[in-house]
Design a binder for this molecule. Structure first.
Ligand code: KG4
Ligand code: ZN
Length: 360
């Protein structure tokens, strides 16, 4: 290894928790500068091939776990080869292997985890089981090295809707979360009611762009104190509205307005609760992450806080939804926290349910 290369570590990241098989080779500094960890440039993405299973699941209208697992198995190794070729590296150049160990679909998680662990064993390299939601949460920092804790975070994906107080990297205080559906899940279900193609979130958001939020829909739990969320009542209210419009023969003409009204109800609810969380934590910075952070209306609404002195951060578009970069990058952070594991005899475990506040 040349002295130049030894200043960096190369992390292989593997993501397979749901319906994207994604791999990344990431090169980050081996040493963090004392007391200014986050000001330091964080490194470089060398390759980030991703295969989306959208087409495979589309005809079923949602993710079919067994189909997802089988396809991860089909694609993962060849994506690793592609990444190595793109980065012009060999397997031996990898210093550590990070893979999503949870939360997510059990079978899907097993595929990426087995491949990660097997490679680590074969190459005699350390491995790092990564928390998928921590990976979502950290990835905005990759583009913004000046962003550092403490800050508030809103994690909104297909399976999670949660507010956190981030005291430090690795130290996450859950402030509130959804009591039923996640925000992304609500988008997906309402999209299905409107016969929009899977994945529903982006389809519904695109339709909403063509309409106006003309219908009044509830802002769930905003009339109560606290930071928890609930989207199932809003989903039911939307279903009743759809049935009413259908009965009057007006559904087709009002679909875009309905989509815009539903989207507005979700993002406005998240926004109102987020303001409470910021006030409670006495913080002026919030990170939005997870698939729903790709929503343009959500971003625009949060940005209205900026003239009031708040800072809003979110990942670049392609890193909002599941990707390998966030896993490799979270792996790099975990490596610096001393979480790399060297004992290849430790039994492989995946954690389909894994609270982020329990991260150790
Ligand atoms: O983070 P992610 O890729 O996967 C999970 O960890 O769940 O998030 C996927 C979720 C889906 O529910 C999808 O419909 C939603 O994010 N989503 C969106 C948008 N893009 C993705 N929801 C609303 N607006 C969008 N533009
Ligand atoms: Zn995700």
């Amino acid at each position: 290894m040349s002295p130049q290369e030894s200043k960096f570590i190369t992390v292989l990241g593997i993501e397979s928790s749901c319906d994207e098989t994604a791999v990344c080779l990431y090169k980050g500094p081996r040493k963090l500068l004392e007391n200014q960890q986050m000001q330091q440039p964080h490194g470089e993405v060398l390759a980030e091939p991703l295969f989306s299973q959208i087409e495979l699941h589309q005809k079923w209208g949602g993710v079919v776990p067994e189909i997802a697992s089988r396809d991860h198995l089909r694609k993962c190794l060849s994506l690793i080869d592609t990444a190595l070729q793109e980065a012009q590296l060999s397997k031996e150049d990898i210093d550590v292997i990070a893979y999503t160990a949870g939360p997510g679909l059990m079978g899907a998680l097993f595929v990426g985890s087995c491949i990660g662990r097997s490679l680590a064993f074969a190459l005699n390299k350390p491995f790092i089981p990564v928390h998928h939601m921590e990976a979502h949460l950290l990835v905005p920092m990759l583009d913004e090295p000046a962003l550092k804790p403490p800050f508030a975070a809103l994690l909104v994906s297909g399976g999670h809707s949660q507010f956190y107080g981030v005291k430090n990297i690795g130290d996450y205080q859950l402030m509130g979360e959804t009591l039923d559906d996640a925000a992304g899940e609500a988008f997906d279900k309402v999209a299905k009611m409107l016969d929009l193609p899977y994945p529903g979130g982006p389809s519904l958001a695109a339709l909403a762009d063509q309409g106006e939020p003309a219908f009044k829909l509830p802002r769930p739990m905003c009339d109560r104190p606290g930071f928890d969320l609930s989207f199932s009542g809003l989903k039911t209210a939307t279903l009743h509205l759809i049935e009413d419009l259908k009965a009057k023969g007006e559904l087709e003409a009002r679909k875009a307005d309905l989509a815009a009204s539903f989207q507005e109800a979700v993002v406005d609810t998240l926004f109102r609760k987020a303001k409470r969380v910021l006030k409670e934590l006495n913080m002026k910075t919030i990170v939005l992450a997870g698939g729903v952070s790709a929503n343009k209306r959500l971003r625009a609404l949060f940005q209205t806080l900026e003239p009031k002195g708040y800072k809003i951060h979110y990942p670049r578009m392609k890193w909002c939804t599941d990707n390998g970069v966030m896993v490799a990058y979270a792996g790099w952070h975990a490596w610096h926290r001393g979480f790399a594991q060297h004992d290849h005899t430790v039994p492989l475990a995946v954690t389909p349910r894994w609270p982020l506040s329990d991260l150790t």
